[in-house]
Every structure is written in structure tokens, then in C-alpha cells.
Write a protein of this length. Structure first.
Length: 85
């Protein structure tokens, strides 16, 4: 969903670096996967097409922080008014 983001903290030798992948448009989401020693974070459209991908060596990744956008809770929405009343 638009605004979802994933922060990746990577060991860069003498320091750490932070990278961020954000779902920039409506209908996009951010997915992360760990495969064969590689951490892959991708921005994906509704139909599954990958827009951009960030890849890091898993041995160098210190943290992978997923930060979803707060969703509107269904219980907080007002009920629809009955037209017969």
C-alpha cells in the first residue's frame, strides 16, 4: 500500500548504512525475501510487476525493518445511515 516502507541497515565495514525502499504510488507494496544468501527488497505493483529492487548480501544485513502505513480500522468508520429512518 502507498507509504509502506522497508529500512535496511547494512554493515559497511567501519560504519553502517541505511537504505529505504518505499511504495511510492497507490496500489504498490513492498515485499522482502531472503534467497541464497541475498536479501531482496522489491517495490511491486498490483499485478505483480517489479518496479525496483534492492539486493544486499545477507551476511552484511544487520536489520530489516518493515514499517507499514497505519490502516484505517473498520470499527472506527461510521455506520451507513438507514435511508428509511
Amino acid at each position: 500500500m502507498k507509504g509502506d516502507r522497508v529500512e535496511i541497515v547494512v554493515d559497511a565495514g567501519d560504519t553502517t548504512r541505511t537504505y529505504e525502499v518505499v511504495a511510492g504510488r497507490a496500489g504498490r507494496r513492498v515485499e522482502s525475501a531472503v534467497r541464497r544468501g541475498v536479501v531482496e527488497v522489491s517495490e511491486v505493483t498490483r499485478n505483480g510487476s517489479v518496479v525496483r529492487t534492492a539486493r544486499f548480501m545477507a551476511a552484511r544485513v544487520l536489520a530489516l525493518v518493515e514499517q507499514p502505513v497505519p490502516r484505517e480500522d473498520a470499527s472506527e468508520r461510521p455506520l451507513r445511515e438507514d435511508p428509511k429512518v
